[in-house]
Design a binder for this molecule. Structure first.
Ligand code: DSN
Length: 415
């Protein structure tokens, strides 16, 4: 199926680019916290004839004929996601994280209504109220922050802001926050002010599904997650909610936000959820977190400030200015070493998002390759050496060769 002989015969230009990216992924280290490598089975599910079908609507209620088999597929994905997270209702159609979040706002509130979310440069997501995003444009967001000293969310401050602002939704769950989230306290505060609780667990969903981090699904009104980060599925998202909100959530996704769902991707989501339910996945999630702890400890040992002083999950944000570098410079030096990372703002960053002070590191992808403590320590040594010798081409080239050697010893399972 994946000998690519048809693309080769028909469109060698496209195949050439696919092959170059395949080689890059196989020979370089991926430390971008939101990325991962899907299994061969997930890849195969995406490359199926399910892409040919229009299926607007939901199982049993479609606006096109010929959907009996598609219904079976979508129902399978829904049932597996329910089991994985203990959810009452799941919508598996969202195309990605931002559209899923847009559907949640549409389902629960009206434009102009008040919402409370974490600020982007403190670890929140664009769709949690940033002014350049639809969320900040359409809704009246107030933003909470992490504390300057601890780098952690202070729930007393969240309570104060919520009591003052009386938002209709409180958003928790983040893109660059390395600590456990106090879901129960968020729920208490929301109950006090009469707000809906909305968790965006895109980053930590795999760790939650594996039982390694606390699960907001039984507690919160509505929860979204992408399926391609720690869940290790195809690019896409799902929304989980209480049964009593099922209709309004489903209506917001279709016809509110989207047209025809991508059923080949929904098939791949079902395959990934099947994998997430296996005991091997629990071991994987444990190792992701152990690797992240090791990585944070190594950075700290080498004098790199890690925001909040460590990590409880799969990621960490490191302040590069302590080493005289910006996040963008560090990202580009590490690119030359064959190590992909993403620049990141730090709390109260004096620098702009295009050239912020930090770098976010994550361990989901390297853990999928099978890397453990010893290799993680080696990687941090390479990162430090690359950054300390950023202008010495031969040093960066040597690191790149060593990175490649490690990568070839730990192949990406699906390549
Ligand atoms: N872009 C994702 C991330 O890198 O965290 C969030 O949408």
């Amino acid at each position: 199926m994946f000998d690519y002989k048809n693309i080769y015969a028909q469109d060698p230009d496209v195949l050439a680019v696919i092959k170059k990216e395949t080689k890059r992924q196989s020979e370089e280290l991926e430390l971008i916290a939101s990325e991962n490598y899907v299994s061969r089975a997930v890849l195969e599910a995406m490359a199926t004839v399910l892409t040919n079908k229009y299926s607007e609507g939901y199982p049993g209620h479609r606006y096109y004929g010929g959907n009996q088999i598609i219904d079976e597929m979508e129902s399978l994905a829904i049932e597996r996601a329910k089991k994985l997270f203990g959810a009452e209702h799941v919508n598996v159609q969202p195309l990605s994280g931002s559209p899923a979040n847009a559907a949640v706002y549409m389902a629960f509130i009206k434009p102009g209504d008040k919402v409370l979310g974490l600020k982007l440069d403190h670890g929140g997501h664009l769709s949690h109220g940033h002014p350049v995003n639809f969320s900040g444009m359409l809704y009246n967001f107030t933003q909470y922050e992490v504390e300057a000293q601890s780098g952690r969310i202070n729930m007393d401050k969240v309570r104060q802001i919520a009591s003052r602002e009386k938002p209709k939704i409180i958003v928790a769950g983040y893109s660059a926050y390395s600590r456990e989230i106090e879901w129960q306290k968020f729920k208490e505060i929301a109950d006090e002010v009469g707000a809906f609780t909305f968790a965006d667990i895109a980053h930590t969903a795999g760790l939650i599904a594996a039982g390694e981090m606390a699960n907001p699904v039984p507690l919160f009104d509505v929860v979204t997650t992408t399926t391609h980060k720690t869940l290790r599925g195809p690019r896409g998202a799902i929304i989980m909610c209480r049964d009593k909100y099922a209709k309004q959530v489903d209506r917001a996704v279709f016809p509110g936000m989207q047209g025809g769902p991508h059923e080949h991707i929904i098939a791949a989501k079902a395959v990934a959820f099947g994998e997430n339910l296996q005991s091997e996945f629990k071991q994987y999630a444990k190792q992701v977190m152990a690797n992240a702890k090791t990585m944070a400890e190594e950075f700290i040992r080498l004098g790199y400030p890690v925001i909040s002083g460590g990590t409880d999950n799969h990621l960490m944000v490191v302040d590069m200015t302590a080493k005289g570098l910006s996040g963008k410079e560090a990202e580009s030096v590490l690119d030359r070493c064959g190590i992909s990372v993403s620049r990141s703002t730090i709390p109260n960053d004096p620098n702009p998002p295009m050239n912020p002070s930090g770098v976010r590191f994550g361990t989901p992808a390297v853990t999928t390759r099978g890397l453990k403590t010893e290799e993680i320590k080696k990687i941090v040594t390479w990162i430090n050496a690359g950054l300390e010798h950023k202008d010495e081409i031969e040093v960066l080239e040597k690191i790149r060769e060593e990175v490649k050697e490690m990568c070839l010893s730990f192949p990406v399972p699906s390549i």
